[in-house]
Write a protein that binds this ligand. Structure first.
Ligand code: ZN
Length: 338
């Protein structure tokens, strides 16, 4: 009960890539890079286990970015043809590659990483991938007729990938969909359908992570414009509650999301963000426990998974480590009091 997990990413150690930066370049290449990534992932695995995190991840140590780390291996994308795109409804502008033909997956993208992790832990293993809608919002399109068409094409590819990862021993497959609380109408008309396609026929647990982004300046500015109550989830949770997805991850710590919105997910398991992804402060276990207890007013402990608000890529290594420890300790406080 109250099994802890993280949204996915963890900071790269400074010997692997420039710290506290998104899209930081690797300090190695080729086989040397692979060994270095494995070393970093193994270190974070030990940290998660030592902290007492129940469902562990590779901390996304094998990828530079949560979307492009997958897309780099997909055919039909021209990486030379860069387009400036205002992603997440123009919250930030990024030079993105362009889809120029039918998309396909020549071979498994993350199987080696999953095998590496599976061989090193007996805990439940989670693996994260970008969701179809967020992929479509992070790549330019010169081929498909529409975003829904492109999303379904990527959903088919993601489905091939996650079936392989599940067969290799992944317990939880999670799709990251930060675009879900930006394009709420699209979520209802095609986003959830694409997500359902991505998990079709999958035997393992499935999850979707929907956040307000990394704790970077662009996101903090955006959050300031959202008013006293962040009610984006209210528009999509009823539809998500009838989807195929088993677990929904949302922000709670230091957010202005009314916790009552979790009441809209009666048939789902809920990953409650109980530590914020801010770079400067580690929550105390008591603060984490208070967030979990507040969430328990709307979600029974059997369905509640204490989690981080979002990925921790851009925050200092030691802060992330502290947050892992507080997350597990805070959940233990609540568990022991039940
Ligand atoms: Zn996130």
């Amino acid at each position: 009960m109250l099994d802890t997990t993280i949204a996915g990413s963890l900071p790269k150690p400074e010997w692997l890539a420039e710290p506290e930066k998104l899209w930081a370049a690797w300090r190695f290449e080729g086989e040397e890079l692979k060994r270095a990534q494995e070393r970093a992932a193994a270190e974070w695995l030990r940290h998660q286990e030592a902290a007492g995190i129940d469902i562990v991840t590779d901390g996304e140590q094998f990828r530079i970015h949560f979307v492009h780390g997958f897309l780099e291996h997909i055919k039909g994308i021209d990486w030379e043809k860069k387009t400036a795109m205002g992603i997440r409804d123009n919250r930030y502008t990024v030079q993105v590659p362009t889809v120029t033909g039918p998309v396909s997956r020549p071979q498994s993208v993350h199987l080696d990483e999953v095998r590496f992790m599976r061989a090193r832990t007996t805990r439940k293993l989670k693996f994260t991938l970008p969701g179809p809608m967020t992929i479509c919002d992070t790549i330019a399109d010169d081929y498909f007729e529409s975003r829904p068409d492109m999303a379904l094409a990527f959903a088919g590819i993601l489905n091939e990938e996650v079936r392989e990862l599940a067969a290799a021993g992944v317990d939880v497959v999670q799709f990251d969909e930060p675009a879900f609380n930006v394009f709420m109408d699209d979520v209802k008309s095609w986003g959830i359908a694409a997500l359902d396609r991505a998990v079709e026929g999958l035997a393992c647990t499935t999850a979707v992570h929907i956040c307000y982004g990394y704790g970077i300046e662009e996101n903090l500015r955006w959050k300031d414009t959202l008013g006293d109550e962040w009610r984006q989830y209210e528009e999509i949770f009823p539809a998500l509650n009838t989807s195929r997805i088993d677990q929904i991850s949302l922000e709670c710590a230091e957010s202005r999301v009314p916790l009552s919105l979790m009441g809209l997910l009666k048939d789902k398991e809920v990953m409650v963000g109980a530590v914020a992804v801010t770079p400067d402060r580690v929550e105390t276990p008591e603060e984490v426990a208070a967030t979990i207890r507040a969430a328990m007013r709307y979600v029974d402990p059997e369905r509640l998974y204490p989690c981080t608000n979002c990925g921790m890529t851009p925050i200092p290594y030691e802060i992330a480590l502290g947050k892992l420890n507080s997350l597990a300790a805070g959940a233990a406080l609540v568990r022991n009091s039940l």
